[in-house]
Design a protein around this ligand. Structure first.
Ligand SMILES: *[C@@H]1O[C@H](CO)[C@@H](O)[C@H](O)[C@H]1NC(C)=O
Ligand SMILES: *[C@@H]1O[C@H](CO)[C@@H](O)[C@H](O)[C@H]1NC(C)=O
Ligand SMILES: *[C@@H]1O[C@H](CO)[C@@H](O)[C@H](O)[C@H]1NC(C)=O
Ligand SMILES: *[C@@H]1O[C@H](CO)[C@@H](O)[C@H](O)[C@H]1NC(C)=O
Ligand SMILES: *[C@@H]1O[C@H](CO)[C@@H](O)[C@H](O)[C@H]1NC(C)=O
Length: 323
């Protein structure tokens, strides 16, 4: 990870739920210049700021929900607003039920109108109601080094664990935790992961994992004993066959993979079965320009196919409109 926090020298990550997956045409293109839709006002905890944003999603109402590493809160921005609204945490760093500590990912649990949050610094996964007036969350799972979250159509929750190098599936309220990827220590074998981050799960319960320290994206079919390399896996580097510290992950209905290629400051798109990807955003070096990133993390799409990226060290969320 990237941040100076001693515990987490690994990576930061994000995910999406299987709920809003747009049909993106195979020949889709996105604008090269992003528009800031949240933050962009530097570091700080005002409601017009997002300080080290990471995991995010866009809900059916076009509201963007964003995890903020350094503000220990989840903030939501309605499209076009100049300020966000804090919806979880935001009471300084801590482990009380009204606090978060270095959250990395957030997902939309529509059935109970709540958010599920990876509260990394507290080694717990918590649930916060989205109803107004909510002042605290409840612990779903503790003693877990979570990083990324996903939920499938059957409401199973998937959590990556960056110190156990595995992804497990849970049924909310049940203690049972089924291993669905990794779980054989760190390493480069196909049944291993190394510091897994953001994850994505499709309708067939296929698990996609950003295998952060292995510079690859792995696909684990349901029930598989090992994964398949579906992007990168050629060592760290900036060729179109490579990834460097991949993070945010999304897979569309055609099976095309979108990945935040963090150390390369670019978003790549890998069609199903492709041996190399194409750059769809960034790739112009590290910087604060509208066609640049400074350490991206989470990525997501709205139902129209517009791309949203947490541009971490620029303290902003960028939207790249589909053309
Ligand atoms: C917000 O930032 C100010 C100034 O740095 C600080 O004094 C305050 O404690 C912060 N508040 C929260 C809730 O983090
Ligand atoms: C919560 O934080 C307090 C103060 O930092 C600490 O003393 C306590 O052990 C923590 N509790 C848990 C359950 O981690
Ligand atoms: C836990 O999962 C195992 C394997 O999927 C299953 O056999 C068992 O019945 C489950 N236990 C509970 C309490 O759901
Ligand atoms: C990676 O695996 C090696 C060998 O099993 C182990 O010594 C090391 O602690 C592991 N590193 C991490 C970060 O888990
Ligand atoms: C790609 O990597 C090469 C070799 O490290 C470097 O010279 C080049 O500047 C990099 N290109 C970009 C766009 O970062």
């Amino acid at each position: 990870m990237i941040f100076v926090c001693a515990v987490i020298f690994f990576a930061l990550i994000t995910t999406a739920t299987a709920s809003v997956v747009p049909n993106i045409p195979a020949d889709a293109r996105w604008k090269q210049y992003g528009v800031t839709v949240a933050g962009g006002h530097g570091e700080g905890n005002a409601t017009n700021q997002v300080w080290l944003p990471n995991g995010l999603f866009v809900d059916d109402d076009q509201t963007i929900v964003i995890g903020e590493w350094e503000n220990h809160r989840i903030i939501q921005w309605k499209m076009g607003d100049t300020n966000g609204e804090v919806v979880a945490g935001g009471h300084d760093k801590g482990n009380r039920s009204d606090q978060l500590q270095y959250p990395t990912d957030v997902l939309d649990n529509k059935e109970s109108d709540s958010l599920i949050i990876c509260d990394l610094g507290n080694q717990r996964v918590v649930q916060w109601s989205r109803r107004s007036g909510t002042t605290q969350g409840k612990i779903l799972i503790d003693n877990i080094d979570c990083y990324g979250l996903a939920m499938d159509d059957q409401r199973y929750l998937y959590i990556s664990d960056y110190t156990k190098h595995e992804v497990r599936r849970y049924q909310i309220g049940d203690k049972n935790r089924t291993l669905v990827a990794g779980g054989h220590g760190n390493g480069t074998d196909l049944n291993q992961l190394y510091a897994p981050g953001y994850i994505f799960v499709d309708r067939q319960q296929t698990v996609y994992v950003s295998d952060y320290r292995n510079h690859r994206v792995m696909k684990w079919n349901k029930g598989a004993k090992k994964g398949i390399v579906v992007a990168g896996g050629q060592g760290a580097g900036n060729a179109t066959t490579q990834l460097s510290l991949p993070q945010g992950l999304f897979v569309d209905t055609l099976g095309t993979i979108y990945v935040a290629d963090k150390a390369n400051n670019r978003v790549m798109r890998w069609p199903k079965g492709a041996k190399q990807g194409t750059v769809i955003a960034g790739g112009n070096g590290q910087g604060a320009g509208a066609n640049q990133f400074n350490n991206l993390e989470g990525l997501s799409f709205d139902r129209h196919g517009n791309l949203y990226v947490a541009d971490v060290r620029n303290n902003r969320v960028q939207r790249f409109s589909i053309e």
